[in-house]
Design a protein around this ligand. Structure first.
Ligand code: GLN
Length: 261
């Protein structure tokens, strides 16, 4: 195979974005330069990418990038690939406070940093802290920052002992151990995906401890699994009030907001 057109007609999975990536050309340029013959090195790189993609490596781990909200994020196999439904957390958080309120925000299990970085970028006067258990994930998150963020390594609230926040957000692991859906996610870090038999182990920890780290009437905002909302409302109702439930853009129950009693 030689030209862009040869590759485009090969039917290889994600061939157009892979060509764009290797040749640094837009979709339109691929068509307008379809007779361009690839160099030996370009072919070598592309053939390697095609092989990885055919074997199941997600495109974002090949490109090392994924768009989220208004920014482009570096991702590696140490971080989940950002999901579009997590943008819901951003929309909810952006509506919570008056425009110039200097919100003190904690993003727990930040991964590639999408929640902390997006909100800090949108609200430069917010004071943002982001934590993760994985120091490798924190390195990725740091590479994505556009504003000052405090990054701390550790398990859930351990790194922020004795601090209080106006808003705590987390997209924690929430898939049930052994869920068949995980078979499709074998390239992503399992520690960022599963949380015990019912998928609620981490959410329980967060809900139980969050009141100690929230300022008066502070907010807790969580992403969760499509079938976990009722159980989470029950857990929250002990120490939280004003519980609001949200559906994602696929009309699935996906996140919940609550205010400390
Ligand atoms: N929403 C992700 C998925 O469905 C899971 C992320 C998570 O467990 N927080 O793949």
């Amino acid at each position: 195979m030689n030209t862009i057109q040869d590759y485009l007609s090969s039917g290889a999975i994600d061939i157009a974005p892979l060509l764009s990536l290797v040749l640094n050309k837009t979709n339109v340029e691929l068509v307008t330069h379809s007779n361009y013959p690839l160099t030996f090195l370009e072919k070598q790189t592309l053939d390697d990418f095609i092989k990885q993609r055919t074997n199941g490596t997600p495109f974002s781990y090949i490109s090392g990038k994924k768009g989220f909200y208004h920014l482009d994020f570096n991702v590696t196999p140490d971080t989940l690939i950002p999901r579009p439904e997590t943008e819901l957390l951003i929309d909810i958080a952006l509506d919570l406070f008056p425009k110039n309120y200097p919100c003190k925000l904690l993003d727990m299990g930040t991964g590639s940093g999408i929640i902390a970085v997006t909100l800090a970028d949108k609200n430069p006067n917010w004071q943002v802290t982001a934590t993760d258990y994985s120091s490798k994930a924190l390195e990725v998150a740091k590479s994505n920052t556009t504003r000052t963020i405090e990054f701390l390594q550790g398990n859930w609230f351990d790194p922020v002992a004795s601090q209080q926040f106006d808003l705590i957000i987390s997209n924690p692991p929430y898939i049930e151990e052994g869920d068949a859906y995980l078979d499709d996610l074998t390239y992503e870090p399992i520690s960022a995906l599963t949380a015990g038999k019912d998928g609620l182990d981490d959410i329980r920890t967060i809900i139980n401890q969050a009141p100690n780290y929230l300022s008066k009437s502070g907010f807790l905002l969580l992403e969760h699994g499509y079938d976990q909302q009722a159980k989470i409302v029950e857990l929250l109702s002990i120490k939280f009030t004003n519980i609001q439930k949200f559906k994602d853009y696929n009309n699935m129950d996906r996140s919940i907001l609550a205010q400390k009693k």
